[in-house]
Design a protein around this ligand. Structure first.
Ligand code: MF3
Ligand code: CO
Ligand code: CO
Length: 273
């Protein structure tokens, strides 16, 4: 098993898919308000990906071994939900934080990204967690260049998040992405510098740290006696969790973020121009 190296032509395809995935998140921004359901967000995004973008939602029907087919066109993970929340009739309320994770397939290429949205007025604690997690993702992104190693990315994210008093989820990681949704390598969001795979131009992978306000442990979300939906993950201590995700290309001199669009939040000040 090896990490695929994308050609210049492949990269063009990934740029399109990445921009489209980001534009779905742009389009959804104004809709994420108190009163909307996550199911409504899902239906609107599905319609946009299929009918406006001429693409396909990669998550719909996605079912790796051991998982039931995922039943929606994006993931909505609210408050203590860490990842893979399934859209349903739940109404978003003032103060909720929600991660929306969108993966668009266009001409066979996958663009994968997610953002945090604060519903109405967020608490100071919620806003700080979302902001620190955004910066943590970027602390990892700026490590990307030929000759660097995957452990450098994980270490940068982990030390930053832990210095802010937060914890890093270990069980889920970033991943290679291209013609397949999840390819090699695994991109851990913790680790030691100078370890693991060396980065080479043409590699494309996601960086998508999940950061908890409380302890790092997670569990399946068994909502009060209902059968498990097979996907939703929550923090074990029910503390808030946040996540941001970009798809990143290793270039000859550094990195290119493929999941950018007009509405992307600007990089933090520590990211050089
Ligand atoms: N988009 C997620 C990721 O970043 C994967 C979601 S798989 C699903 O890798 F089936 F839960 F949608
Ligand atoms: Co991903
Ligand atoms: Co994703």
């Amino acid at each position: 098993m090896t990490i695929s190296i994308k050609t210049a032509e492949d990269v063009q395809g990934m740029r399109v898919a990445g921009r489209l995935a980001s534009e779905v998140l742009d389009m959804l921004g104004p809709l994420v308000k108190p009163g909307i359901t996550t199911g409504e967000i899902d239906r609107i995004a599905h319609d946009y990906m299929v009918n406006v973008q001429g693409g396909t939602p990669a998550t719909l029907g996605y079912g790796p071994p051991g998982y039931p087919p995922y039943p929606a066109s994006l993931c909505t993970s609210i408050n203590e939900q860490v990842c893979h929340g399934i859209p349903d009739e739940r109404v978003l309320k003032n103060g909720d934080i929600v991660n929306i994770d969108v993966t668009v397939i266009k001409d066979g290429w996958h663009g994968d990204n997610s953002r945090m949205y604060i519903v109405g007025e967020g608490s100071i604690a919620a806003k700080r967690l979302c902001a620190v997690t955004f910066d943590a993702m970027w602390k990892g992104i700026v490590k990307v260049k030929p000759g660097a190693r995957l452990g450098d990315i994980g270490h940068a994210i982990q030390t930053f998040a832990e210095n802010q008093g937060y914890t890093v989820v270990r069980e889920f990681c970033g991943h290679g992405v291209g013609r397949k949704f999840h390819e090699e390598p695994q991109v851990l969001h913790y680790g030691r510098p100078g370890t693991l795979e060396e980065l080479v131009p043409g590699m494309i992978f996601t960086i998508e740290p999940m950061i908890n306000a409380g302890k790092r442990e997670i569990k399946e979300d068994r909502k009060g006696g209902k059968p498990y939906d097979g996907w939703t993950i929550v923090t074990k201590d029910r503390s808030l969790s946040a996540q941001w995700e970009h798809t990143i290309l290793v270039t000859d001199t550094g990195y290119e973020v493929l999941t950018l669009s007009a509405g992307s939040p600007p990089p933090p000040a520590f990211v050089g121009t």
